[in-house]
Ligand binder design. Structure first.
Ligand SMILES: Nc1ncnc2c1ncn2[C@@H]1O[C@H](COP(=O)(O)OP(=O)(O)O)[C@@H](O)[C@H]1O
Ligand SMILES: [Mg+2]
Length: 295
């Protein structure tokens, strides 16, 4: 991390310097906030990151759970197109609830897929607890992904010929953890679907199907839950119930929660709102201080 012990200039640093909280590259930006800590000056993209750092400097001088550095992602479909992500930098801290918002097509799903290692960037680095995951082999990455991340999508993506219970069993089989099966009933109770686990998806409502998807996401007891518009197909009352479950996993079980959403009422409950625009995060994100009580 770059430091500027003698700088008295609150304006833009000349070379790469990262906001220790959100991880943004602040080079070339004006109007930064500055804070001296332990003889070093740190710079922040806005009030939210500045205040979080003031509250818990040691936490934010530690190692982020996930760190994206200079991430670019370009999809090649016949002709070469403009990259979706362009030099994006982002830190995710353990136990946070982060909402990702942005216009349709701005790259929110692309970002979430990078965070969950479902896809790799065209260039740039992804660190998980300080370890560069690009150095993992394909099968190691798959094993790491299946035990670290739980995914919930707008589409429930259940296998139609399997029962609810069998659907949630699939990740345990893939991870070679069939012995964890005895935990599954507890997962179903946790998501509010203690009954009806022997029904097939077509016999379940949308809300029930999303609870099955959530039980499946929790099967391997992941530390990070990633939701891509998880309430997008549900009526607002049902969506609200699913959201409560997700937020409960964050607040009561300490799981890091990252949700892509169009719904401002969801984003309002997060303790950090990341906006994607022009392939990067916007600075000065909206941060709610009311949470982080620790796990
Ligand atoms: N697999 C893919 N192949 C080609 N283009 C893609 C692919 N996935 C996404 N894109 C394009 O990348 C852009 C960002 O997509 P996405 O991340 O899904 O945006 P969002 O989730 O914000 O709506 C869109 O223009 C989309 O069409
Ligand atoms: Mg999307």
């Amino acid at each position: 991390m770059a430091s500027h012990p003698h700088s008295r200039e609150p304006s833009a640093p000349a070379h790469a310097v990262y906001d220790p909280v959100c991880g943004m590259n602040l080079a070339g930006m004006g109007d930064l906030r500055e804070k001296e800590h332990g003889g070093t000056s740190y710079y922040f993209c806005g009030d939210g990151c500045f205040e979080r750092f003031e509250d818990e400097p040691e936490r934010f001088l530690g190692v982020p759970l996930i760190k994206l550095r200079n991430i670019s992602k370009r999809y090649v479909a016949g002709v070469v197109e403009a990259p979706v992500l362009r030099g994006l930098d982002l830190n995710i801290w353990e136990g946070d609830f982060v909402a990702v918002i942005g216009a349709s097509g701005s790259g929110k799903s692309t970002l979430l897929n990078m965070l969950g290692l479902l896809d790799l960037p065209t260039s740039g680095d992804i660190f998980y607890k300080g370890k560069n995951i690009a150095l993992l082999k394909e099968d190691e990455r798959a094993a790491f992904r299946s035990t670290t991340f739980g995914f919930v999508f707008q589409q429930y993506n259940l296998i139609p010929w399997l029962t609810a219970y069998e659907n949630a069993l699939v990740p345990l089989i893939f991870a070679g953890r069939r012995e964890q099966e005895r935990e599954l009933a507890g997962r179903f109770r946790e998501v509010g679907l203690g009954e009806r686990t022997h029904h097939r998806p077509f016999e379940l409502s949308g809300g029930e199907q999303q609870r099955v998807a959530l039980a499946r996401a929790l099967a391997n007891d992941p530390s990070v839950i990633l939701g891509d518009e998880p309430t997008g197909n549900l009526d607002s009352a049902t969506g609200h119930l699913i959201l409560e479950k997700l937020i409960g996993l964050n607040r009561e079980r300490g799981k890091t929660l990252i949700i892509v959403t169009h719904d401002s009422s969801i984003a309002e409950q997060a303790n950090e709102i990341i906006t994607i625009q022009d392939g990067r995060t916007l600075r000065d994100h909206h941060i709610h201080k009311k949470r982080f009580t620790g796990a």
